[in-house]
Design a protein around this ligand. Structure first.
Ligand SMILES: Cc1cc2nc3c(=O)[nH]c(=O)nc-3n(C[C@H](O)[C@H](O)[C@H](O)COP(=O)(O)OP(=O)(O)OC[C@H]3O[C@@H](n4cnc5c(N)ncnc54)[C@H](O)[C@@H]3O)c2cc1C
Length: 400
């Protein structure tokens, strides 16, 4: 634990992956932490997410690996089916995903969030159903007014509030400037377990559309996923779940395979997660006494499969730099310098990846199917591994 830090206070906005991970590391370095989450409780649900490469070292240093290994999905097969449900091709997921090895983990997002939350729930102040209303920065501190009317005066504020970060909007301006839309939207939700599916994903495509059933452990709920191409991001639908459901239902209306059942389940789901496939590319991840972590700083989009891993590594590094640098400006700068290249290579990969899941045109779909039905050459060992491991974790005192 660093001697600089004992009395420093940090308020974090957002309790999903980046926020609780940062809270954990800051607490471990001796900071006083308040975590503010807009939702009334920890949000479950979401597609399984990957923890790979350097991020595995982070969860290992948190002592989380045994717990997470129990939740590991271990997807064995990805099947691509035609309109009648007949299999066009079935492949091992590693053939389509960059840099994955047997040591990596694939965890339902809600279970990862749960695991992180368990580590901090009795150690830091957590305020649900609340969010930042305004921030006023002074020379030595930040005054935070919360929507509930509560006030906190803290040394630093960190936005861990995701792709559409409210904190970022307060300090760096409207999202449109930094938002790079990759051209797709998606809806994820859970469905009842299916006896015929486990540890596998089944994918149906039409040009510009994908419907996926993603089954984890036998008997566990199945994740439904509907993704589609759209020229403009539907900004109006972000705050309107009914509009999101209508948009998805209209887009997939009349589609074959199991799409009708998926749409019905989406209408019923209480954990619908709808978003754009987009990236955040900012010139700086901090201003004054406010910094950003995870998707708020540098969302890579789900096509990278690296959003949670980048969030975990970012949280570790940001906390470590704050604990060991003499002032927050030096710490924020060092955090950013350590991670920029890692983030950039994953963001660049994501804009070229994804073709297998979401072919845009009939020609691309035919080419994809042709490629899948021919034997896939083994990936050269280590070729993509750099994407998940190019950053080395510094050994901050107290973080081992
Ligand atoms: C319920 C849920 C389901 C998800 N499902 C998927 C999925 O299926 N596929 C996928 O690729 N990614 C999904 N994600 C996003 C994924 O978790 C992130 O890309 C990645 O893990 C990085 O996490 P993060 O903590 O930076 O951001 P996020 O996981 O987006 O978390 C942001 C957190 O901030 C909270 N928040 C937002 N605004 C405010 C505010 N104004 N004040 C306080 N809190 C606020 C949110 O409720 C959320 O808990 C999901 C996220 C959530 C919250």
């Amino acid at each position: 634990m660093s001697s600089h830090t004992r009395s420093r206070t940090v308020l974090i906005s957002g309790a999903s992956i980046a926020g609780p991970a940062l809270a954990y590391w800051l607490d471990r370095h001796g900071f006083d932490v308040t975590l503010v989450e807009k939702a009334p409780r920890l949000r479950g649900g979401g597609y399984p997410v990957d923890i790979r490469g350097t991020a595995m070292d982070v969860v290992d240093r948190m002592g989380l690996v045994p717990r997470l290994r129990k939740a590991h999905v271990d997807t064995r097969r990805l099947s691509f089916v035609d309109d009648a449900g007949a299999t066009i091709a079935a492949v091992a997921p590693a053939e389509l995903t960059a840099g994955v090895t047997e040591d990596d983990l694939e965890i339902p997002r809600g279970e990862l969030a749960d695991g992180l939350y368990e580590l901090i729930r009795d150690r830091v102040e957590i305020l649900f159903s609340d969010s930042i209303a305004s921030l006023t920065e002074h020379p030595g501190h930040v005054d935070v007014l919360l929507r509930s009317g509560a006030r906190r005066s803290v040394d630093l504020v960190v936005g861990a509030d995701g792709l559409h970060s409210h904190t970022r909007g307060l300090v760096l301006g409207p999202e449109e400037q930094y938002h790079h839309y990759i051209g797709y939207c998606f809806a994820g939700f859970t469905l009842p377990a299916r006896a015929d599916l486990s540890r596998e994903a089944v994918v149906w495509n039409a040009p510009g559309r994908a419907a996926v059933l993603y089954a984890t452990a036998p008997g566990a709920p199945v994740h439904g996923f509907l993704a589609f191409r759209r020229d403009e991001p539907p900004f109006a639908a972000f705050r309107d779940p009914a509009a999101q459901r209508d948009l998805v239902a209209d887009t997939f209306a009349g589609d074959p395979w199991e799409v009708r059942g998926l749409l019905a389940a989406m209408r019923e789901a209480d954990d619908l997660f709808f978003d754009v496939v987009s990236q955040i590319r900012l010139p700086a991840w901090h201003r004054g006494r406010v910094a950003l972590v995870g998707d708020a700083a540098h969302a890579p989009s789900f096509l990278s499969g690296q959003g949670s891993s980048l969030a975990l590594v970012g949280a570790y590094v940001l906390a470590g730099e704050l604990a060991t640098r003499p002032d927050h400006t030096a710490a924020f700068t060092a955090y950013e310098a350590a991670l920029r290249g890692f983030v950039r290579s994953n963001q660049d990969y994501a804009t070229t990846g994804g073709a297998a899941l979401l072919p845009r045109t009939a020609e691309e779909l035919a080419r994809r199917n042709e490629a899948l039905t021919n034997p896939v050459p083994a990936r050269p060992a280590g070729a993509d591994r750099a994407l998940t491991t190019t950053v080395e974790l510094p050994d901050y005192p107290g973080a081992r």
